[in-house]
Design a protein around this ligand. Structure first.
Ligand code: ADP
Length: 240
């Protein structure tokens, strides 16, 4: 498994690196006018940011693997979690729709339930990372005009469930068991085009395991998906 992982990482880095060095060579050897130069530099920036995302996700994974699970002393407000992730989702939707993030021209219908004053006991940055991975996937895999909704509900057994739903592409049943494997993607080019690393769901699964919880996925091809985070009863409470 370790050998496979190293091979996969090398492959993932090699592709943007090859493209990037090809463009460097072009800029060094061919005289270009200003607009062509800009075009190449923009393409180079995309490849550089692909490598940055990949390295950032790899570091997140290695931190998750190399540290003790979060204790019970840190209190993470569900409302705060939702507010931060909602604003990231709106910005991403605008960017994917070809708009400036600041202009707020959102191309999806994004609805976050108002979260009551609940608190999760766990690691703040990893919970943010798990939620933002799910919400950015929902935005990235849902065509413009589709909707994304996030809700939080206590389960019958005392657990707390956070559902991220979308009306996007959906996922065929045969892929579901493999989605949390590192670098497993249903559609490689779609993942790449929208800035994916193939590591997001592996990170989410890891974060949930560290909190004694779980990630469950239901989906229907062509209709959309639901990604559910379930936290056990001892990991959350109502903030009095
Ligand atoms: P990526 O960076 O490629 O999005 P992830 O680990 O986050 O990697 O997800 C793995 C794969 O699962 C994606 O490449 C995509 O094929 C599929 N996937 C994840 N979320 C969704 C979603 N909301 N709708 C449809 N497919 C999804």
């Amino acid at each position: 498994m370790r050998r496979d992982f190293v091979a996969n990482v090398s492959h993932e880095i090699r592709t943007p690196l090859t493209v990037l060095s090809g463009f460097v060579e072009t800029l060094q050897t061919i005289p270009l006018d200003e607009s062509e130069r800009k075009k190449y530099l923009d393409l180079m920036a995309v490849q550089a940011s692909r490598m940055q995302s990949l390295v950032a996700d790899l570091l997140t994974l290695s931190q998750l693997e190399g540290s003790l699970p979060p204790g019970m002393s840190e209190r993470v407000s569900v409302k705060e979690l939702m507010t931060q992730v909602a604003s990231d989702a709106l910005a991403l939707s605008a960017v994917l729709g070809g708009h400036d993030a600041e202009q707020n021209e959102v191309v999806h219908d994004i609805v976050f339930d108002p979260a009551p004053a609940w608190v999760i006991l766990g690691g703040r940055s990893e919970l943010f990372s798990a939620m933002s991975n799910l919400v950015s996937n929902a935005v990235r895999y849902t065509p413009a005009g589709g909707s994304i909704s996030v809700s939080v509900d206590p389960g019958a057994d005392g657990s707390l469930c956070i559902d991220v739903r979308d009306t996007g592409a959906g996922i065929a049943a045969e892929h579901l068991p493999r989605l949390t494997e590192r670098f497993y993607r249903v559609d490689r080019s779609r993942s790449r085009e929208s800035g994916g690393t193939g590591l997001g769901l592996a990170i989410v699964k890891h974060v949930m395991q560290r909190h004694g919880g779980s990630l469950s996925i239901t989906s229907e091809l062509g209709h959309g998906s639901c990604f559910r985070l379930t936290f056990p009863a001892n990991r959350w409470h109502i903030n009095h």
